[in-house]
Design a protein around this ligand. Structure first.
Ligand code: SF4
Length: 282
């Protein structure tokens, strides 16, 4: 069996940076609480818990005195409330997400109604909506957007994307939105806020999926970027989304000559190494 890794895979610079900041902050301040999970990966979450980093789901549960904003970012009002409560903030917002937030804020200040291509329930998108102002809306499909009865606010519309979405899907969304809005809109502006690292991981995964007999995509079940990697690969070759090496089922890889591996942006290096080791044993 030949085992091949995608050219680019695993922990992205944004999550790596956040983990380094958390290590440093835990050494300096002791136990820390993050608002929402730091990453959608149980192995990484366990590693961080061992350092004293735990997550809470609302500001009222923070015991303080230190609170962490995750790499996905937060709304300005949440950050403001943290400051009001006198908490020390460790802000690990990924620079790519921070750029998308600044873009959203700038467009809102220019008077645009902002449409965000993204999952409205995801922490990053909730944060972006906060920066994009009251009139902003988010959805993954144009048909899901509440546009009826909003003609007043649709004269100038700007479109941005959740950073980890796929380029092809963002392009399709923009095309559909143009078809729906252009007739009654004076200006429609598109700003590319996609994460280049995510795009490169997608391309590397697809490139490898073309060459192998089976792909293993390693990452958390709730990790949106890992799920999208698995979707990309499964359109090209037999693909299994696993979180740990224990989930590899021997029968699925038996007889396969070339096995490809890729991993989501929050998958620690240790998980990738354990999967490779398990495959070699098989
Ligand atoms: S996937 Fe991209 S946007 Fe998200 S944390 Fe990593 S580098 Fe930042």
């Amino acid at each position: 069996m030949q085992i091949e890794r995608a050219r680019e895979l695993g922990l992205c610079h944004g999550v790596r940076r956040a983990v380094d900041m958390l290590r440093e902050a835990a050494t300096k301040h002791g136990p820390l609480e993050t608002l929402g999970p730091v990453a959608h990966n149980s192995v990484l979450v366990r590693e961080l818990t061992a350092l004293g980093v735990t997550s809470v789901d609302s500001l009222d549960r923070i015991r303080g005195p230190v609170v962490v904003i995750s790499a996905h970012g937060a709304t300005p009002s949440v950050t403001h409330e943290m400051e009001e409560r006198g908490l020390t903030i460790v802000d690990t917002t990924c620079p790519t997400v921070a750029r998308a937030q600044r873009v959203a804020e700038g467009l809102a200040n220019e008077g645009f109604t902002i449409v965000i291509f993204g999952d409205a329930g995801h922490t990053e998108v909730k944060g972006l909506l906060g920066w994009a102002g009251e009139r902003s809306i988010a959805a993954l499909r144009v048909t899901g957007l509440p546009l009826e009865g909003r003609a007043e606010s649709l004269h100038r519309v700007a479109v941005i994307s959740q950073t980890t979405q796929r380029l092809a899907e963002f392009t399709f969304f923009v095309q559909e939105l143009c078809g729906k809005l252009l007739q009654g809109t004076e200006e429609l502006r598109v700003v590319n806020t996609l994460c280049c690292t995510t795009q490169r991981r997608q391309e590397s995964a697809a490139e490898l999926a073309h060459k192998v007999d089976v792909m293993l995509v390693i990452g958390g079940r709730h990790s949106a970027n890992t799920r999208r990697l698995a979707d990309t690969c499964s359109a090209l070759v037999e693909t299994y989304h696993i979180e740990t090496a224990d989930e590899i089922e021997e029968a699925r890889v038996r007889g396969k000559r070339r096995v490809g591996i890729t991993a989501g942006a929050s998958t620690p290096d240790s998980s990738i190494e354990l999967v490779e080791r398990r495959l070699r044993e098989l």
